[in-house]
Design a protein around this ligand. Sequence first.
Ligand code: NAI
Ligand code: MG
Length: 498
Amino acid sequence: MSGLSIKLKTPHTGEYEQPTGLFINNEWVKGVDGKTFEVINPADESIICSVHEATEKDVDIAVSAARKAFEGEWRKVTPEQRGKYLTKLADLFEANTDTLAAVESLDNGKALSMAKGDVAACAGCLRYYGGWADKIEGKVIETSHDTFNYTKKEPIGVCGQIIPWNFPLLMWAWKIGPAIAAGNVVVIKTAEQTPLSALVAANLIKEAGFPPGVINIISGFGKIAGAALSSHMDVDKIAFTGSTVVGRQIMKAAAGSNLKKVTLELGGKSPNIVFADADIENAISWVNFGIYFNHGQCCCAGSRVYVQDTIYDEFIKKFKARAEKNAVGDPFHNETFQGPQVSQLQFDRIMSYIEEGKKSGAKIETGGKRVGDKGYFIAPTIFSNVTEDMKIVQEEIFGPVCSVSKFKTKEEAIAIGNNTTYGLAAAVHTSNLNTAIEVSNALRAGTVWVNTYNALHWQLPFGGYKESGIGRELGEAALDNYTHIKTVSIRLGDALFG
Ligand code: NAI
Ligand code: MG
């Protein structure tokens, strides 16, 4: 791989081999246009390295490699063998946890302990879908005595997958797992902010024994490689995780090209509702984790906190104290909970929301400022004294910033919980079973957590109502987004219209 990998160091692993090329057909190649781009360490703003950039021509090459694999050998690979490949990949993720996690922390800025959790979840997800590969079944459907009908679930074909930077490896596994289990082939474009871990994982694809062309991984920019993938005439499906703005563009690109199938996992502004009868210490821990986990860079972040009026004052006091205890700092320090935001751009976006909140009359209970003078660190921030029409209460901030306000009744909690164009997640904290079920039923969100938060698991479907997306990831449900149903109807008797 001379010229297409370099030696890098992380504080956790020492030296390791970082691939920098495009992974197409199980080989490392340069982009046709010979372009590269820089990868930044968000903890100190230094340049880690440069990687090769895919442009339209490379997307064409990757798509035709995938097409060739799909129409050729991959079709003959048994479901059992597909399962074995995925299971092997899961084992390799576990065996390489230290390197994968350290690269993730270096490039994305998340705390090493969290990155290790992500790698474990990748392995869990890949192994889970390995288990599904030979359990994807059709039905026999009776219509009359002289007809035999059955359905088959067939792979969709070449899947373009565009992933974001907040969970670079985990989104990779969420996308690859169900697609491959169902017999598809993929071209994944990683986020330009965080290309490194996916390239390390690409070597594991080869090691797991996947045939060439089945999984192709390219680094590149959204407007160039991402747009080329979503408008490509030979891509059968596009799966996207990222902003709602780009989600709309992806749908337009699909509509304007070959009407490829579209699944979207977009933003959120999830309500986290605390009733007076909740265990307050537990509720505060979950509210804290709900917004500050991954530095607030979660599509399901609990960014709108609603607290019943009778416990509001106590809640604010204790929540503020809890948020101030979160250790913000070097991702490689053991005690760190929160690292830097991913990029200068995201840092600036979040800081401008904080300014906007102040201007609109909201009160900063804690945080609201940068931490340190190098790296994109922002203190955990709580706004109170907010009104529903404020930008900071309506728009996704994607940083360690939440708003807290009061409600009186259950009906009011449901109404404000649903007062958003999004519908990805929501949570209710209460010790009353009826309240838990009634409010969960009434919230228009794809996932509702009760007395917990961010309880994501590969067995549980995840996705959005309203403008938070289309389709589901994870669980059995994701397989529906990666299969076509084919109906076969066989006439057993004589011709009907002789
Ligand atoms: P983005 O939506 O621009 O980026 C996500 C992915 O889409 C990246 O791989 C990017 O290269 C690609 N992309 C960008 N433009 C594209 C296009 N025209 N065609 C095809 N692909 C394209 O998100 P960005 O700018 O990094 O973050 C902006 C905001 O998006 C965040 O502040 C946050 O609110 C939201 N976001 C939500 C995520 C989620 O998990 N749902 C993840 C990342 C961002
Ligand atoms: Mg980076």
